[in-house]
Design a protein around this ligand. Structure first.
Ligand SMILES: NC(=O)c1ccc[n+]([C@@H]2O[C@H](COP(=O)([O-])OP(=O)(O)OC[C@H]3O[C@@H](n4cnc5c(N)ncnc54)[C@H](OP(=O)(O)O)[C@@H]3O)[C@@H](O)[C@H]2O)c1
Length: 246
């Protein structure tokens, strides 16, 4: 899977929403999905970054994307319902969601972890993907085969000191993926899986490991095969799995 080669245009005519599409892994995934023929919905909190990704996709001649500026930390149920209504006016179906946006929070012992930061991390990393998925399930149900991908982490499988709310949120992400995958298994056309990107050259990684030389790490582009595999029809029978991108 690490060297999965997507058949040309294997996401043609698919509509795929990517959260945190303005930077890092989400940005590169959105561009790769568009390159494969998908209409990509770019969701993020910094409009300028989304505009850049939009321009890059347009300049390359890929299908015209859409932009959804939304701060997942403050978004309410009403915002998600509004989003679902807007998307259903534009599109007949939604073929995929990549839940990629996350907050790192602080690296500190739980003993002194700031509850305000705890709530922010939980909101962006766990509650937002839950509410977004819930609101968009009817549109996902309209697709022939739909893929929901959550983004996990190594610290979401084995707890590690000082990773605080981030680690706990990634355990919750794995749990949410397994719960939803089991609920939808055999009863729907929606598959639900997790990707653990592994150490990747992004701003989040640089913040977590300031002493590390980023040049030693794989780039987001290097880890795309698993992202392409899980979003396309080749992974139709893959449900409830937590895959490593490296
Ligand atoms: N990089 C790694 O080594 C690594 C390892 C394991 C797991 N992961 C996971 O991979 C995913 C992508 O990480 P990354 O390294 O690409 O991180 P990143 O470079 O920090 O990008 C995160 C993206 O999430 C967006 N975001 C953050 N808070 C948001 C909010 N409140 N509302 C909307 N969007 C928000 C950011 O938007 P702005 O740019 O506007 O701030 C950014 O586009 C995350 O789920 C992360 O936990 C990464």
């Amino acid at each position: 899977m690490f060297d999965y080669q997507a058949p040309e245009q294997h996401l043609k005519n698919r509509v795929i929403l990517v959260t945190g599409a303005g930077d890092g892994i989400g940005r590169v995934a959105a561009i790769n999905y568009a390159a494969q023929g998908a209409t990509v919905i770019l969701l993020g909190r910094t409009p300028e970054k989304l505009d850049h990704v939009y321009d890059e996709i347009e300049a390359k001649g890929y299908p015209q994307p859409a932009i959804v500026p939304l701060n997942l930390e403050s978004a309410t149920e009403h915002d998600y319902i509004e989003l679902a209504n807007t998307l259903s006016q534009e599109f007949d179906q939604l073929d995929g969601i990549l839940h990629n946006a996350s907050l790192l929070g602080v690296r500190t012992p739980l003993e002194s972890y700031d509850p305000v930061i705890w709530n922010q991390v939980m909101q962006v990393n766990v509650t937002a993907p839950f509410m977004l998925t819930q609101a968009l399930l009817p549109l996902l149900n309209n697709a022939e085969d739909a893929s929901v991908i959550f983004t996990s982490s190594g610290v979401g499988r084995k707890g590690r000191a000082y990773w605080g709310a981030y680690a706990v949120s990634k355990f919750a992400t794995e749990g949410m993926m397994e719960t939803l995958a089991d609920e939808l298994d055999n009863t729907s056309n929606i598959r639900v899986n997790c990707i653990n990107p592994g150490a990747t050259r992004t701003q989040m990684r640089a913040t977590a490991y300031p002493g590390e030389d980023p040049a030693t790490l794989p780039t987001p582009q290097d880890i795309m095969p698993v992202y392409l595999y899980l979003m396309g029809a080749d992974s139709k029978d893959c449900n409830g799995q937590s895959l490593n991108a490296q």
